[in-house]
Write a protein that binds this ligand. Structure first.
Ligand SMILES: Cc1cc2nc3c(=O)[nH]c(=O)nc-3n(C[C@H](O)[C@H](O)[C@H](O)COP(=O)(O)OP(=O)(O)OC[C@H]3O[C@@H](n4cnc5c(N)ncnc54)[C@H](O)[C@@H]3O)c2cc1C
Length: 353
């Protein structure tokens, strides 16, 4: 295990915001993980697991404990039989590299999740999803260290308690498990998923694109929306944590209220069914209706703002913004949406605490 002290955390996050960690351990094996946790226990330090830092807000004061930075070597082991393909993947593997690897072999099931930044070990935490797919649809089980018992266990898909942007790992069992491996089960006969309108528009109605063609289309759509981090073309619009707010799931009757407040027919309010008497509303649409267009900043020189290409992405515009700047903007948006539309927005990225 490699241990460092007083390590600035901003460079390890896609927002490039936040103060230093008292300790940071680079974790390249399960043995490293156990050693680091024993060290934290001896020193009475809190611990936090860091993947690619793409869903993370680090406070300006930093972190007083030990950051466990996941650096397991990348590894993807495929096993095929007639009815399924199993991919055993290390937590340190780049998420997009896994999707590309599968798509290149003609395997469908994850093509819509192309271009999501971060590591495989973090993918179950908020059940990553995009363009009509969620990772929960393909996870068979997850290997994780239980930090309470220091034993490794294998949690089935069902035990992970997946739902929209949630699992046991970011709710009832938050910070209890550290994921070291994820096993995915894919259907060799599956066709790429083209259920999402943006994606359908990309192809002829008769087309039967390959998983790799869908992978590429998803990346192009994401790039146009500033939701693709491309090291070759850095942009302030991607200095974000992706969507800063979840799409709220609310009682269906809220639709009538919003229609009245905005003076529009209910049929014009975009929404999706989300269980009995519940609907999911697009947070970006609500934010725009509450007065925050793409490219919004509080003042011309403001270090933070809304991406010029996606209303849901709050960005570190100047590259030197503080967490306080970001939180002020997030609060302003949350308060205005609540005030105008009576909808509470929930932050999607995790705040390091
Ligand atoms: C430009 C951009 C676009 C994005 N688009 C999407 C999108 O379309 N859909 C979507 O769902 N998300 C999206 N995200 C959010 C983010 O990429 C995902 O949530 C991703 O899975 C986070 O991975 P990470 O490795 O960066 O995790 P981190 O940000 O490092 O950590 C996130 C959380 O997971 C925990 N964690 C990380 N690794 C482990 C582990 N091995 N074991 C236990 N806990 C762990 C951390 O403690 C933290 O709570 C986007 C982000 C950006 C910046």
């Amino acid at each position: 295990m490699h241990l460092e002290q007083n390590v600035p955390l901003a460079p390890f996050t896609t927002l490039r915001i936040g103060g230093p960690a008292r300790y940071l351990a680079r974790i390249a094996s399960e043995a490293d993980l156990l050693e680091a946790i024993r060290f934290a226990r001896e020193q009475n330090l809190p611990i936090f697991t860091l993947g690619g830092g793409s869903n993370l807000v680090v406070p300006d004061q930093g972190y007083p404990g030990l950051i466990l930075k996941i650096e397991f070597p990348e590894s993807i082991e495929l096993t095929r039989n007639e009815s399924s393909i199993e991919a055993k993947v290390s937590a340190g593997t780049d998420w997009n590299a896994l999707v590309l690897h599968l798509c290149e072999q003609g395997i469908a099931g994850m093509e819509c999740l192309a271009g999501i930044p971060g590591l495989v070990g973090a993918s179950p935490i908020q059940n990553i999803g995009a363009y009509g797919q969620e990772v929960a649809q393909t996870i068979a089980w997850v290997r994780a260290l239980d930090v309470q018992t220091l034993g490794f266990s294998e949690l089935s898909n069902q035990a992970c308690g997946f739902a929209y942007r949630t699992s046991i790992f970011n709710s009832i069992e938050r910070n209890r498990y550290i994921i070291t491996q994820v096993v995915f089960r894919l259907d060799p006969a599956a066709r790429p998923n083209l259920s999402y309108a943006d994606l359908r528009k990309h192809f002829d109605p008769e087309a039967q694109p390959t998983p790799l063609e869908v992978y590429e289309a998803v990346r192009r759509i994401r790039a146009a929306k500033g939701m693709l981090i491309d090291a070759a073309h850095p942009s302030a619009d991607t200095r974000s944590a992706g969507s800063f707010f979840k799409n709220p799931v609310v009682p269906a009757r809220k639709l009538t209220h919003i229609a009245q407040v905005l003076g529009v027919p209910e049929a014009e309010i975009p929404h999706w069914p989300a269980g009995p008497d519940r609907i999911k509303l697009p947070a970006a649409w609500l934010i725009e209706r509450a007065g925050f267009p793409k490219g919004f900043t509080q003042s011309p020189g403001s270090p933070v703002g809304i991406s010029s290409r996606h209303t849901l992405a709050l960005i570190n515009k100047s590259g030197t913004a503080t967490c306080r700047d970001l939180q002020q903007l997030a609060s302003l948006i949350t308060i205005q949406v609540e005030y105008h539309l009576n909808i509470s927005l929930e932050q999607e990225p995790v705040t390091l605490a």
